[in-house]
Design a protein around this ligand. Structure first.
Ligand code: ZN
Length: 216
């Protein structure tokens, strides 16, 4: 397993830096508004690698990431403001997955842009008010595994049903089938394809609102 990050400025791989990323002082990173960027290969993330089919053209694709620490004032229980630690993480890249329609490998692009409020304990995560959809809450550490956070976010961003944007198998079946049910084999009860047919539920909603005439 590679334990290296590629530094795009110097053009060198730096073995030491990857180790730092496995034990980062996240509080200091936020307090001193540090920034870091690098590249991570799928082979450095075993749980991601497990998602990649054996017949993929490239099992070890690369993701680029950027991290940025910051602090923001927050009102305390005693009425005073205190600076609290934040982390912003962006990850971009592609991974090969198995299309659930044709069972062939395809390249899935993944984009992550997340902001985290860093807290000290799991209890604080539970107590944190959930009035802000744009901020996630994570437990910080003086030896924070940054690579593990990236892998976790990538796993969470994987599509529920991996499939080609336009699966060639679906097009073939649509052309050759007489289409008995009017839906073809394109969507076997999956969530509606963004780029494909109109969502049948949206059509239903339209019909319903048309019947009601006016809104309540
Ligand atoms: Zn496919």
């Amino acid at each position: 397993m590679q334990e290296r990050t590629y530094d795009s400025e110097s053009g060198q791989t730096k073995p030491a830096r990857s180790a730092d990323l496995r034990a980062l002082d996240l509080y200091d990173f936020a307090k001193s508004s540090r920034q870091a960027a690098g590249e991570l290969r799928v082979s450095q993330m075993p749980r991601m690698l497990a998602e990649v089919p054996a017949d993929a053209p490239d099992r070890d694709t690369m993701f680029t990431w950027q991290g940025k620490g910051s602090t923001q004032p927050e009102l305390q229980d005693d009425g005073t403001d205190a600076l609290q630690p934040y982390l912003r993480l962006a990850v971009h890249g592609s991974v090969w997955l198995t299309c659930q329609h044709c069972l062939k490998p395809y390249s899935q692009h993944l984009d992550i842009d997340a902001t985290y409020r860093i807290v000290a304990t799991e209890e604080e995560v539970d107590e944190y008010p959930l009035d802000n959809d744009e901020v996630e809450v994570i437990v910080g550490s003086r030896q924070f595994d940054f690579v593990d956070l990236i892998e976790e976010e990538l796993l969470l961003s994987l599509p529920f049903v991996p499939k080609h944007n336009a699966c060639p198998e679906v097009h073939e079946s649509l052309l050759s089938d007489t289409d008995e049910d009017g839906l073809g084999e394109a969507d076997k009860g999956d969530a509606p394809d963004k780029a494909g047919k109109p969502n049948p539920f949206a059509v239903l909603e339209k019909l319903k609102s048309g019947q009601d005439g006016k809104k309540h």
